[in-house]
Design a protein around this ligand. Structure first.
Ligand code: SF4
Ligand code: SF4
Length: 511
């Protein structure tokens, strides 16, 4: 199946013996000129004229703008606490995938040009010249970091490698070395409104088809409205929710919850994407432009609230930055948080007892839950500390009878990345994605063996897509990953649901 060796899963985590250069060959495709230009970057995959000066100027600008980056460059004491915490190091054994080594790719250049000892005695302080080889190394290894922030949880100084990665990627894009996958996707969002490049008519068609499918299935007309002016809620969800399994089952679930709650809602064709890959490439301007589409859509439609569907990094951008990027949101109803997560909405409906739930509808499954990095370590769902861990589990347990968590050191803020986050969900990085999934696969296999778990639920579009691809490499099946709102959808019984079947049964008996 693969032209590389899929790592063996073990019962207990093993720190690998170092293999120098094991992943030096792994590098994503470079963005061509068109996709550099559309995002405001120069070049075409080759280094631009004067690249060295541009690199150093951009680094200087960032050090001035982001105090955290300056601090991260200066304070690492090489304690080693982060070295075995990255899933890409655990899965590939390449020492440059140790978080501290990844940071050092930029730090060594920083020392050489921005510190006195580095300028005077470079060798003594581990400072290096900026060369084309160094750039190649950076392009490769800063695209072997999913910006998951697991290492930062264990760093006594709180150094966030994800932030270093984002800065490095942005600098690289400014010297002509942008990443094809992320840049092409961002360009589609700017032009059409979603990652897939799905235009309004196709989206309308898809949602109409979904309404028919749900009505056929449960006998209730559940609406999946598009561009409906005056609706109370604007749902912003990852475009994968519009068609791909298991994502679409989650969207079906959101619609059922809104229906049961009796609220009016709509999707927007202008902001038909929750994902914001501007975060992955570390570029503020692109992140802002994508976020502004949501503001425009909310104003045009006259909604009162904004709710985000199941997407990890999208929620991180929304929860942390939506106000800075696209606020103020003073035209929305102040009684609700801006934005709100779909799980907050569903959890609240459960608390108010307005959902009719039959948990036995999920009895064919025994569930576990994968905490998505960007929600677990970079944001919160709900309003109390740790609610990003408790609310998803509370909802799952409210709709399923069988639930077991994976090992404690692999969940909550210690969760392992799926291996495909941070702009790495592309086939040109498949080896990295499969190997990087190792720690999560080991924890999953253990809970399967110990508790008979059959399915893993997730609340992130990237995690779901990544696991669909990765599970078969580790001897499991792609349908073992499910959406949390797919579980809600299975269990929720809407008013009038099944009445047609009952009528038909009665007619049969009478006949
Ligand atoms: S942020 Fe995640 S992927 Fe990046 S170095 Fe840290 S643990 Fe590894
Ligand atoms: S844990 Fe923090 S201080 Fe220690 S080596 Fe890693 S980045 Fe440096």
């Amino acid at each position: 199946m693969a032209d590389f060796e899929v790592p063996e899963t073990r019962e207990f985590p093993v720190i690998p013996t170092i293999m120098e250069g094991a992943m030096a060959h792994s590098s994503p495709y470079l963005a061509k000129e068109k996709f550099q230009q559309e995002l405001g970057f120069p070049g075409d995959g080759q280094l631009i004229d004067g690249w060295k000066e541009t690199f150093l100027n951009k680094l200087a600008e960032m050090l001035g703008k982001y105090r955290s980056l300056q601090v991260f460059m200066d304070i690492c004491v090489k304690c080693g606490a982060c070295t075995d915490k990255c899933h890409y190091f655990l899965g590939t054994a390449d020492p440059k995938n140790m978080p501290v080594a990844r940071q050092d790719l930029l730090r060594k250049v920083y020392r050489r040009y921005f510190t006195l000892p580095g300028k005077l005695f470079p060798k003594l302080v581990g400072a290096i010249d900026l060369t084309e080889e160094v750039i190649d190394d950076m392009y490769s290894y800063y695209h072997q970091c999913s910006e998951c922030r697991r290492c930062s949880v264990f760093c006594p100084y709180g150094i966030d490698t994800a932030e270093v990665t984002m800065a490095a990627r942005d600098i690289l894009a400014h010297i002509g070395k942008g990443q094809k996958y992320s840049n092409e996707i961002i360009a589609k969002v700017h032009k059409i409104g979603n990652n897939l490049g799905l235009p309004e008519p196709a989206l309308a068609d898809t949602l109409e088809g979904l309404e028919e499918e749900v009505e056929e299935d449960i006998g209730v007309k559940v609406r999946y409205p598009l561009d409906e002016k005056g609706a109370d809620i604007l749902l912003v969800t990852p475009s994968a929710d519009f068609f791909a399994e298991p994502h679409v089952d989650g969207l079906i679930g959101y619609g059922k919850v809104f229906h049961a709650a009796g609220v009016s809602w709509t999707i927007s064709s202008k902001a038909s994407e929750a994902a914001n890959f501007g975060l992955f490439i570390g570029n503020y301007e692109n992140m802002r432009e994508i976020s502004l589409r949501i503001r425009e859509a909310a104003k045009e439609l006259g909604v009162k609230r904004i709710i985000f569907g199941e997407c990890g990094h999208a929620w991180r951008v929304a929860y942390n930055f939506l106000n800075t990027l696209a606020g103020p949101w003073d035209f929305l109803d102040p009684n609700y948080p801006v934005p709100q997560h779909i799980l907050e909405f569903t959890s609240d409906c459960l608390d108010r007892g307005i959902l009719n739930i039959d948990k036995s509808q999920n009895d064919h499954m025994t569930l576990t839950f994968h905490d998505s990095c960007n929600i677990a370590r970079a944001s919160r769902i709900g309003s109390f500390p740790g609610s990003q861990f408790t609310i998803p589990r509370k909802v799952i347990k409210a709709v399923c009878n069988n639930f077991y968590d994976m090992a404690p050191e692999t969940i909550h803020d210690s969760t392992f990345c799926c291996g495909g986050g941070g702009g790495l969900l592309t086939d040109d990085l498949i080896e990295l994605r499969i190997k990087g999934a190792l720690p999560r696969m080991e924890a999953l296999k253990n809970v399967i063996a110990e508790n008979g778990v059959t399915h893993m639920a997730a609340i992130c579009a990237i995690c779901k897509s990544q696991f669909t691809k990765v599970l078969p490499y580790y001897g499991m099946t792609m349908d073992q990953i499910v959406s949390v709102h797919q579980l809600v959808s299975n269990a929720i019984i809407l008013e009038g649901q099944g009445e047609e079947d009952e009528d038909e049964d009665e007619t049969d008996e009478a006949a």
